[in-house]
Design a protein around this ligand. Structure first.
Ligand code: UN1
Length: 502
């Protein structure tokens, strides 16, 4: 069966109307074969969709939070029933290997479980008042329409981290998926609508998808009806979005570029380090925000470790992500390939030693871009290394002292994820301490990618500072009210202020 046919069959099964898939001006290409698999009609009425979402919010905010949680619980169940189907669609549209496609849907299921429990735990504090017969407390209220802008590399999971929380918190959601991966978004939306109809009592347009390019995203960013936007993508995108949101005092949750590094220490368990580095650097063909891009290896183990890594990079199966045994699928498109080749040419000009990085031609699919992951031994952490190139390139650097390694580690503009491989407790604790990694995620003896949904996800510096998913990330989707209640028969003022009106 051709890929286009398979995509259509999966979409129909998940409830997407076949009529929406052809005849439009927005072509969708599968990175696996380079074929066009749909031509969608871009959304024209973004403002109307946002206004409808606002109406939905006004109704939804009055539904008790545990009832809102029940919608998300059932959505999680429905996702569970279609885990393999939606996971395969992620593979066909985004090009990640099947186990990662299915893993992405598992992340959606996990966040639904988390959010369903959270719906009974949107707790506020009670605080001691300094005034007699007064009580002070915090209450949390929904914000309104939550805008979500997501990237091609996690076409559905990142939406779900935001949407599951935003919805149990009492908001409505408007989603602008990447124009490279709108089909999985339409499938997710169709599934959500089915769950909502089954559950009942859910306002129409509680969740909406806007299909289109950056102009559609801008409508979301500029709408006064959207008090919060969560945006995932490049630092360049964040630089465009962030001031516009700030201009109108809207909240921004930004998850932008990463330039994640791992330090491999002399005491490291080398087998664990090899596996951890391999998955983090080559998984999702190097196209995760959390992908390992820099490896800082101690001088005394450098030669052996890099030689072994070189063998892994050279032998890993690159190819059709639908085949079992493939570990590295295609790049998303020709532009990603060109960017990767430019970075490698720059490295070569800087005197780097490059292993791999070449295109693996598939004569039947000239528009698909498969590459062997590149291991690039650098002389220094140059401007090139300090930049995020969204491709499977791992730059390798040497270090002699941990102080030097930590300085190198933090000397990049981004601050998403980081790791240290060591069995030395002092080194591990240093790395996790205030004087260590400056990233939002810091790990010991695991790679930089593959975070669980239970933790707060996001990073510092040019990564944007946002936190999504677990822990107390839910608070961003709500507004906090501080309430003081006087149940006495007097009106004492705080700070002892006297104001007698006679
Ligand atoms: C991303 O690449 O935008 O930690 C998200 C990870 C995944 C999420 C990545 N759980 O790699």
């Amino acid at each position: 069966m051709g890929i286009q046919q398979e995509v259509q069959d999966l979409l129909l099964r998940l409830g997407v109307n076949a009529g929406t898939l052809a005849g439009g001006a927005l072509p969708v290409q599968s990175p696996i074969t380079g074929e066009i698999i749909a031509n969608l009609q871009p959304t024209t009425a973004a403002a109307e969709a946002i206004a409808e979402a606002h109406e939905a919010f006004l109704a939804w905010r009055t539904v008790p939070a545990p009832k809102r949680g029940e919608l998300i619980r059932q959505f999680g169940e429905d996702l569970r029933a279609e885990r393999e189907t939606l996971g395969r669609l992620v593979t066909l549209e985004a090009g990640k290997i099947l186990s990662e496609g299915v893993g992405e849907v598992q992340e959606m299921i996990d966040i639904c479980t988390f959010a369903a429990g959270l719906s009974r735990q949107l707790t506020g504090l009670t605080l001691p008042s300094e005034r007699p017969r007064h009580r002070m407390m915090e209450t949390w209220h929904p914000l309104g329409v939550t805008g979500v802008i997501s990237a091609f590399n996690f076409p559905v999971a990142v939406w779900s981290w935001n949407a599951a929380l935003a919805l149990v918190c009492g908001n409505s959601v408007v989603w602008k998926p990447s124009e490279k991966t709108p089909l999985t978004a339409l499938a997710t939306q169709a599934m959500f609508e089915r769950t909502a109809a089954k559950v009942g009592g859910v306002p129409a347009k509680l969740s909406t998808v806007l299909v289109g390019d950056a102009a559609i995203g801008q409508a979301l960013v500029d709408s006064p009806l959207v008090p919060i936007v969560s945006a995932t993508g490049s630092t360049a995108m964040g630089r465009a979005v962030s001031p516009r949101l700030a201009q109108r005092f809207a909240r921004a949750i930004l998850e932008l570029g990463g330039n994640n590094a791992a330090i491999v220490c002399p005491s490291a368990d080398i087998e664990i380090a090899l596996r951890g580095v391999a998955f983090a650097a080559m998984g999702t063909a190097g196209q995760r925000c959390t992908t390992l891009r820099r490896l800082i290896v101690h001088d005394t183990i450098y030669d052996e470790f890099v030689w072994r890594l070189q063998r892994v990079f050279g032998s890993v199966r690159v190819g059709d992500p639908r085949d079992t045994g493939t570990l590295v699928g295609p790049l998303i498109d020709g532009r990603a390939f060109a960017t990767m080749q430019r970075a490698l040419a720059e490295a070569r000009a800087e005197g780097a030693t490059i292993h791999g990085g070449e295109r693996i031609e598939r004569s039947a699919w000239p528009e698909a871009f498969y590459v062997r992951p590149a291991l690039v031994e650098m002389k220094e952490q140059s401007e090139l290394v300090r930049r995020e190139t969204f491709a499977p390139i791992l730059y390798v650097l040497r270090y002699k002292t941990l102080d030097e390694a930590i300085v190198l580690h933090n000397a990049v503009p981004q601050g998403l994820s980081s790791s240290i491989f060591t069995n030395d407790m002092r080194e591990a604790e240093r790395f996790l301490s205030t004087e260590g990694s400056d990233c939002g995620i810091a790990n010991v003896n695991i790679g930089t990618s593959g975070a669980e949904i239970g933790g707060a996800f996001g990073g510092e510096k040019e990564t944007g500072g946002g936190r999504e998913s677990g822990s107390d990330a839910w608070k961003q989707y709500m507004r906090r009210a501080t309430n003081t209640i006087n149940y006495g028969s007097d009106l004492p003022l705080a700070q002892g202020v006297v104001f007698e009106i006679g």
